[in-house]
Design a protein around this ligand. Structure first.
Ligand code: C2E
Ligand code: CA
Ligand code: CA
Ligand code: CA
Length: 279
């Protein structure tokens, strides 16, 4: 029994070690990813629930290290967030996404909106507002077409800084969404103090509709609250017609998900937009 116990501990340690090694490896390689052009953006279309109209795209980061398979942002973004790497990566994402959006415009593809994810550490960096100004002037991006997606953690970490920066950026015309809404430690009190335009209901609440009654109840509750507070709602991760139908009945404004399209390369997104936008 003693030997078995020891073996269990060893296996556990080995697993932990492998995990730590992978994190370290990712961290070290990520440091060079920017300079080596290994990062790129894909874009996922966002549509109106009722008319199907294309209303924007969300920029999503992709990393393909040479000689490795793709690493998911769900894995490397948290590692980048542990260090200052997220600042440079986040700034690159903003610059690249806005550049692309303006390039599309120049080619006659006028999307109403571009959504970009901003991590908590990036947002609370003392130069964040300056960084946004730099991106706007470097690219000529129209601020009112830019939507920043932040999570509840941004607000809960430092509410005063969040309100201050959001108000400043809001004055430029920039819009804000609360991403992954419902998954944080929501003290909903903060919502009415923030210049937020939109809530994005997390995919985990959409995925089992219409089989999961409690998820349906959560979506209904979020819709009721958003209506009272005057927020638009985007549903993430919509994969089936039934889910879209349910959202229509709930008067949800916008949706995103594999039902419409997976995230696409810039080139594919441009072709997709040409099919969906009025000529
Ligand atoms: P998120 O912001 O909640 O983005 C939505 C994720 O759901 C994306 O995963 C998207 O590909 C995926 N998705 C969209 N529709 C569906 C669907 O119908 N079914 C399923 N199963 N999945 C769907 P992705 O691209 O792997 O990104 C994961 C997360 O990584 C993002 O979640 C976001 O938190 C983070 N992330 C991605 N790009 C960036 C970035 O540029 N900056 C920051 N700070 N975070 C990013
Ligand atoms: Ca997002
Ligand atoms: Ca999400
Ligand atoms: Ca997220």
């Amino acid at each position: 029994a003693k030997a078995a116990g020891r073996r269990t501990i060893k296996l556990f340690d080995a697993g932990m070690q492998r995990q730590a090694d992978r994190r370290l490896l990712i961290h070290n390689q990520l440091r060079h990813a920017l300079g080596n052009n290994e990062l790129l953006l894909h874009y996922q279309p966002q549509h109106m629930v009722d008319s199907g109209e294309l209303i924007g795209v969300e920029a999503l980061l992709r990393w393909h290290p040479p000689g490795h398979s793709m690493i998911s942002p769900a894995e490397f973004i948290p590692i980048a967030e542990e260090t200052d790497l997220i600042i440079d990566i986040g700034q690159w994402v903003l610059l690249e996404a806005c550049h692309q959006f303006v390039r599309w415009e120049e080619e006659g593809v006028r999307l109403p909106q571009l959504s970009v994810n901003v991590s908590a550490k990036q947002f609370h960096h003392q130069r964040f507002v300056e960084h946004i100004h730099e991106v706007l002037s470097a690219t000529g991006m129209e601020p009112s077409a830019l939507n920043l997606e932040i999570t509840e953690s941004v607000v809960l970490g430092n509410t005063e800084d969040a309100i201050h920066k959001m108000s400043e950026l809001k004055q430029l015309g920039i819009n804000f969404s609360i991403d992954d809404f419902g998954t944080g430690y929501s003290s909903l009190g903060y919502l009415k103090r923030l210049p937020v335009d939109e809530l994005k209901i997390d995919r985990s609440f959409i995925q089992d509709i219409p089989h999961d009654v409690s998820n349906m109840a959560i979506v209904e509750a979020v819709m009721a609250m958003a209506r009272h507070l005057g927020f638009n709602v985007t549903a993430e991760g919509v994969e089936t017609r039934q889910q879209l139908e349910f959202l229509r009945k709930q008067n949800c404004s916008f949706y995103q998900g594999f039902l419409a399209s997976k995230p696409l390369s810039a080139e594919h997104m441009q072709r997709y937009a040409l099919r969906y936008l009025p000529a």
